[in-house]
Design a protein around this ligand. Structure first.
Ligand code: SAH
Length: 262
């Protein structure tokens, strides 16, 4: 694949694994490198959150291998996914491991990259648009502004398999910086309670962005005090990003003129 006037795309040699991010959903947010990888790979090992229209960009004879990890459903063990990548690469396949968002942001990309390194397999990492920053931007919520903050925290609301979060929510609340939380829904009430106990006021702006860039996209603006009730009332579910802090209250100023995603 080549694009006029652009640097040439890298070769995808047999026996290599490319660990790529597919962005938050809409396939138009794929990077050109991810698109090139999709159009070239022999085997594509993909997460459940990767849009089927992105996968449709594969070669007609490419092999699709679902390796989705999705809350509540049985999903392959990380060890088995690592094994598949290693076996396919050793068989001389060009393997694309395609993950939602960015592979190194709460995506277990590190586990796979380090397993490949340990097995002596050559690999490349292709960043993707991470959902925490895409969901907020598209909803009209800036991650930073000069008036409100010079730092922003990306945190996980829960750990995918190992039970409750070990995050020190009180410490994060005490930073006085906006929090962008991935996987917040299964423990929403506990997170809100912990942030309130950490000193954040009930009036602190909070927003949930569900299924950003997809047909099901929904944005809920609320406050920390009302969030749990509002989320229940509006039936907000996963996948969603939670934003807490002053920036979450800014979107109303943009709304009349902010063009929606679709
Ligand atoms: N590596 C991914 C994150 C994987 S963890 C990334 O960089 O985006 C999965 C979590 O990502 C979900 O529980 C949800 O919090 C978030 N997420 C993924 N896609 C999303 C979307 N389209 N809209 C809102 N949140 C999303």
């Amino acid at each position: 694949m080549s694009f006029p006037g652009f640097p040439p795309m890298p070769d995808f040699p047999a026996g290599e694994v490319w660990l790529a991010g597919a962005g938050p959903g809409d396939p138009r947010l794929l990077t050109l490198l991810a698109l090139h990888a999709l159009a070239t790979a022999d085997d594509i090992v993909h997460d459940a959150l990767v849009d089927s229209r992105a996968l449709d960009l594969r070669r007609s004879d490419a092999v699709l291998i679902p390796a989705g990890k999705r809350g509540g459903r049985p999903s392959p063990h990380q060890r088995d996914i690592n094994e598949i990548l290693i076996e396919r690469a050793r068989a001389g396949r060009r393997v694309l491991r395609l993950k939602g968002g960015d592979p190194f942001v709460f995506g277990r990309g590190w586990e796979e990259a380090s397993a490949l390194a340990a097995a002596g397999i050559r690999f490349r990492v292709i960043p993707g648009v991470t959902s925490g920053l895409a969901a907020t931007a598209l909803a009209g919520i800036p991650a930073t502004t000069r008036e409100t903050n010079h730092a922003v925290v990306l945190a996980a609301g829960h750990r995918a398999e190992d039970g409750p979060s070990t995050t020190d929510w009180a410490a994060l609340a005490g930073l006085g910086q906006p929090l962008i939380l991935y996987m917040p829904m299964s423990q929403l009430a506990d997170i809100v309670t912990a942030l309130r106990e950490g000193g954040l006021a009930a009036e602190t702006p909070a927003a949930l962005v569900q299924s950003a860039t997809t047909e099901d996209e929904r944005v809920l603006e609320s406050t920390l005090g009302a969030l749990v009730d509002d989320a229940r009332k509006h039936d907000i579910g996963s996948p969603a990003i939670l934003v807490v802090g002053a920036v979450a209250g800014l979107r109303s100023r943009l709304l009349p003129h902010l063009v929606g995603w679709r």
